[in-house]
Write a protein that binds this ligand. Structure first.
Ligand code: G
Ligand code: G
Ligand code: MN
Ligand code: NA
Length: 249
């Protein structure tokens, strides 16, 4: 298929772009970090979302290259976002490759990016299948000072028990929970419960998909530390992310 051939060369042609969605401190409203999300500027089809090419890249076994490209670019560009934590999406297969931690080390060395500001973001389902190799990678990332966030938390049956087997530094509560937080008291209770459990394990928590003031008020009430969503900003080009930081100073 034509689009697969195009994806194969998209990296070399510089068609992959990183966008930055701000993560906000709920109590102060200040931006404290960004999640990076890949976009593909297809010469004919225009800007494509990950839903239109990430699964394809996985099937083509080129996702590792895409992920590491995004990681390297983020570490270079994020020099212009001083003090911000940067959370980079990585596919489970990429994180499971034996030399992943080593490759991160090389990128950190090459770019001079502060490891303490870097976080790898993987779907929560990665902790369901543990292996000695995955444990070593988590351990090696921790030794380098790089964080690991579990994405889409609460959707894939990973319990805090699964999570506690690995040195996870953050869980990101899936946006499907935010959708009902203000209309369904049971869902509100589940969010608060997940927050308290994570805090008892000293794991950071971010609520995703915050779109309304009412949702933000709820998060403030339960003491959610950080949040992201369209209420604050959609994924932004790097220049707009830099502007947003300037405006808050
Ligand atoms: O950006 P959207 O806004 O459409 O993102 C959809 C999904 O794509 C997110 O869940 C995210 O985890 C995934 N994604 C975004 N960028 C990357 C990337 O560089 N690598 C991988 N593996 N997934 C990504
Ligand atoms: O799986 P992951 O959480 O990484 O996916 C992030 C996706 O969610 C991106 O496609 C991003 O554009 C989208 N997104 C970010 N904030 C919001 C929001 O407030 N509402 C909705 N509906 N989607 C959001
Ligand atoms: Mn993500
Ligand atoms: Na996410």
């Amino acid at each position: 298929r034509e689009i697969e051939t195009a994806l194969g060369g998209a990296l070399e042609r510089g068609e992959l772009v990183i966008t930055y969605q701000p993560q906000v401190d709920v109590a102060s409203g200040r931006v404290v970090g960004f999640e990076t999300l890949l976009r593909w500027d297809h010469p004919k089809l225009g800007r494509l979302l990950p839903a239109q090419f990430i699964a394809m890249a996985e099937e083509m076994h080129i996702i590792g290259g895409l992920d590491l490209y995004g990681l390297r670019r983020a570490c270079m560009e994020a020099a212009a976002l001083p003090g911000m934590s940067i959370s980079v999406n990585i596919a489970p297969s990429t994180m499971r490759s034996a030399d992943f931690a080593q490759q991160i080390g090389a990128i950190l060395k090459e770019t001079g990016f502060d490891p303490a500001r870097l976080e790898i973001e993987v779907p929560e389902t990665i902790v369901l299948n543990s292996s000695a190799e995955l444990s070593r990678t988590f351990e090696a990332l921790r030794e380098q000072g790089v964080g690991v966030a579990l994405d889409d938390y609460g959707t894939g049956y990973a319990s805090l028990h699964h999570v506690s087997r690995f040195p996870v530094t953050r869980i990101k509560i899936d946006r499907s929970f935010m959708l009902k937080a203000c209309s369904d008291p049971d869902v509100a209770a589940v969010i608060e419960h997940k927050l308290k459990l994570a805090q008892s394990l000293r794991i950071n928590v971010t609520a995703e998909g915050v779109e309304t003031r009412e949702q933000l008020r709820f998060l403030r009430e339960i003491g959610m530390p950080t949040a992201q969503g369209y209420l604050f900003a959609p994924p932004l080009p790097i220049a707009a992310a830099i502007d947003m930081l300037r405006r808050q100073d």
